[in-house]
Design a protein around this ligand. Structure first.
Ligand code: AMP
Length: 348
């Protein structure tokens, strides 16, 4: 916690999110004494809001029930989010608490983007459709991009690439999500730190028939795949070092990673009929000049050209950096994401 120009660190084992949040609140109280009446609200990031929430919601019993109702859609995340809300409401009982949903921004997707070509009755019964995630990040960086470019939101077309440990792409039209790469779950789309991204769904059937249990499959797809599965590490810094040292698996993993990004970039360029800007954000997008360079390589014919020097210089910038060449019809931007700020604004 940064307060008064100093950094306060707690370094001890924490059993669960409850203990973590209590420790955090104690640290806030000790380092940044807040007059309880000055605290206006608490904003909570909630991963899955299903199709119930297109906007933030002040948390009451009904909203809590709706978040609980979405547990089958996000069995790992929503219970932790609920625990956080419960503990925070005990610690800060006198102010409103607001849920800001990772899925909300994508509720604007049209049916052709969110519907899977699956038996309609099965899909409806199990609430199977594309929901999309990282909504606060895509919303924040796309808005920041139009602001930076000085173009009106109406009519704007931005392709946002959130490349972190989790990764997703989003086609943003008129400031609203028109399509995104994650689906019912955050497994779909781009290659991630430990998640597969898109694979043939037949692979799951094949492995089930080969004797793998559902729990094994879950672990395989979520924890043992992606860059970790391909190259042994989920952190691109380590993979870059291995690739530079000539390791073939690391090099190939990076090529697979970039291939998936380009696949969605191409899809969204067609879907939007062009773009005003392509935005790179999150851990990899904000820091890894090589991934950005490879993603945009050979696309001059599509109006995309980056400036190698500007690109190389943009590493962990504190604000927007335009890395495109002056003659690039589509601007290529590095925009540091700030999900906490957007959650705070939404809460306000
Ligand atoms: P995030 O989920 O947005 O915090 O991103 C975390 C990921 O960003 C890490 O696992 C790394 O793969 C990647 N990352 C962070 N810093 C760098 C860097 N300097 N160069 C390349 N990748 C980085």
């Amino acid at each position: 916690h940064d307060a008064d120009g100093r950094q306060h660190t707690i370094d001890r084992p924490l059993a669960d999110h409850r203990e973590g949040l209590v420790a955090m609140a104690e640290a806030f109280a000790a380092t940044t004494p807040i007059d309880p009446s000055a605290l206006r609200a608490v904003g909570h990031r909630v991963v899955h809001g299903g199709d119930r929430f297109a906007h933030p919601a002040i948390i009451d019993d009904e909203v809590l029930a709706a978040i609980r109702d979405c547990i089958p859609l996000a069995p790992l995340h929503n219970p932790a989010n609920l625990m956080g809300i419960e503990v925070a409401m005990q610690i800060y009982p006198d102010c409103p608490h607001v849920a800001v949903f990772d899925t909300a921004f994508h509720q604007s997707m049209p049916a052709e983007s969110f519907r899977y070509a699956l038996d309609r009755d099965v899909a409806d019964e199990h609430r199977i459709r594309r929901y999309g995630f990282h909504g606060t990040s895509h919303a924040y960086v796309s808005a920041r991009a139009t602001q930076f470019l000085g173009i009106p939101v109406a009519g704007s077309r931005i392709i946002t690439l959130h490349l972190g440990n989790g990764a997703s792409a989003c086609a943003v039209r008129d400031g609203r999500s028109a399509d995104t790469s994650m689906g019912l779950t955050p497994l779909a789309g781009l290659v991630m730190g430990t998640r597969t991204g898109d694979i043939d769904p037949g692979v799951l059937l094949h492995l089930l028939r080969a004797g793998m249990s559902v729990a094994d499959l879950d672990r395989l797809l979520n924890k043992r795949s992606g860059m970790k599965g391909l190259a042994g590490y989920n952190d691109l810094r380590q993979i870059n070092a291995r690739a530079a040292a000539g390791e073939v698996a690391a090099r190939e993993a990076l090529q697979v990673y970039v291939h998936a990004i380009r696949h969605y970039l191409g899809a969204y360029l067609v879907e939007l009929g062009g773009a005003d800007a392509i935005v790179f954000t999150a851990g990899v997008g904000e820091n890894d000049a090589q991934v950005r360079e490879w993603t945009c390589a050979g696309l001059t014919g599509l109006g995309i050209r980056i400036d190698p020097d500007r690109n190389a210089a943009a590493r962990g910038p504190s604000d927007v950096v335009d890395i495109s060449a002056p003659d690039s019809a589509i601007r290529v931007l590095v925009v540091p994401t700030n999900e906490e700020l957007l959650i705070a604004r939404d809460t306000y």
